[in-house]
Design a protein around this ligand. Sequence first.
Ligand SMILES: Cc1cc2nc3c(=O)[nH]c(=O)nc-3n(C[C@H](O)[C@H](O)[C@H](O)COP(=O)(O)OP(=O)(O)OC[C@H]3O[C@@H](n4cnc5c(N)ncnc54)[C@H](O)[C@@H]3O)c2cc1C
Length: 464
Amino acid sequence: MNNPTSSRRKLLKQMGLGIGLAASSSLPASAAERAGVTSKTKQLLKTDVLVVGGGPAGIGAALGAARTGVKTLLIESCGFFGGVAAWSLGMPINQMRPERKPRSEIHELVIEKLLAYGEQSIYIGQHQLYCNVDYLKVAVLDALDEVGCKYLVHLSAADAVVEGNRVTGVVVSTKQGLATISAKVVVDCTGDADIAYFAGAETMMETKEPRMPSTLLLGMANVSPEQIRRVNMRKIADAARSKYPLLPKSWRLKPVSNCSHYWINHTGTRDIGQFDMTDPFERSEAECVSRRQALQMTCAMREFGGDELKEIELVATNPRIAVRETRRVKGSYILTEEDAVKGRTFEDVIAWRSGYLDLMGYKFTKMMIHDVPYRSILPEKVDALLTAGRCISATHVSMAAGKSMGNCVATGHAAGLAAAMAAKKGIQPRELKVAQLQDALRKDGVDLKMGGKIQVNVSGDRGV
Ligand SMILES: Cc1cc2nc3c(=O)[nH]c(=O)nc-3n(C[C@H](O)[C@H](O)[C@H](O)COP(=O)(O)OP(=O)(O)OC[C@H]3O[C@@H](n4cnc5c(N)ncnc54)[C@H](O)[C@@H]3O)c2cc1C
């Protein structure tokens, strides 16, 4: 387990900075000062539910909360919403409509908004949804507008504001300096459990086994499906490795939605080193080395791919490296590998997770649909805070089992609804009657009896 207080202080000391852990009028003056929050700090906004991070989980949470009519604000550090789904240049959004069956009104709202842009924007497979990410970015805005959710991009949460054990808002970093946003309930959808960590909640990060790698995906053009079918990428990589040492073992080109250009997912940093993507130095190193890796892959294809690939060209990379695994919040229940493999069900089910248990080359195994209990999205001890997506309370292996984006939308949906219900009632999320949350989820089209079922044809992927 990480000790957020000591490791963060150590880091800030190393960096010569003076930002504190959490700020509130009840904290000693020095701590509030260190946080940069004074009585003069600008309050940017006040809301009922604040969702931090606009990836799949944040989108689910924002839509889930705002649809109840509760004042909801979604903030995101990038210039658009979608998180890894929008960065990754065409990668399938898995488990959004598994077995082509709707899984909730929230999932369907995003799909409906994409479909509105025509068939070039989306291709729906058996378990996968392939989309052109630039349509996705706008489709998400359309969905947020429809439910009346307020949103701001280019806004990073840099700290939590905490009173006693209750989160009352976040500190954001803006071009005008630090500012605060106050909220009755905050939903941490940062992927990295940033808000929980800033608030002093206990978080977990794998230290014994290798963590899943991070990857900068590539967008490629100037190549035909026939040319792609004729090349053996592993042989190209083997032949080119002495000149281009950062090459992954192999990779595949896959079509973007219904278009004629391609995206490449690959093992990223796996064979380069273990990076702690919450450490600013290591994250910076991983980003920079991955940018070199993407160019080495392109050069290798052009130089060692014969006539078929000599014209292939790199047309895009993610705006930032896509991170698979960092911190997770510790809740009063920690989901396990066994829960995933055996398809465990829970009385306090609020979502389900499906797909494959895929640890990115370290483990790949079938699993069953399994429940997520409410206890796994509630941080222990810290109030007015919920979490969703890849940073919910789960072991390292179980985190990999739940990482498909449709599952992250589902935990986001539940967390957003719970936050809205708690804010409306003026109670803490842990005081909410789970049965009421379950009823609200059912009204939104969620089937809470999926745990224990087996999925078919999960890997029905699209080739060239
Ligand atoms: C390389 C790669 C390939 C993958 N392949 C697939 C696949 O094929 N299919 C699939 O379904 N899943 C895939 N996954 C898994 C999936 O993408 C993730 O599990 C999922 O995106 C997690 O959703 P999330 O919303 O929890 O986090 P993220 O998608 O990471 O989103 C978090 C968001 O929060 C924002 N944020 C972070 N910190 C702050 C802050 N302090 N303030 C404000 N905003 C902040 C980030 O900018 C980001 O937009 C892949 C993941 C990776 C990295």
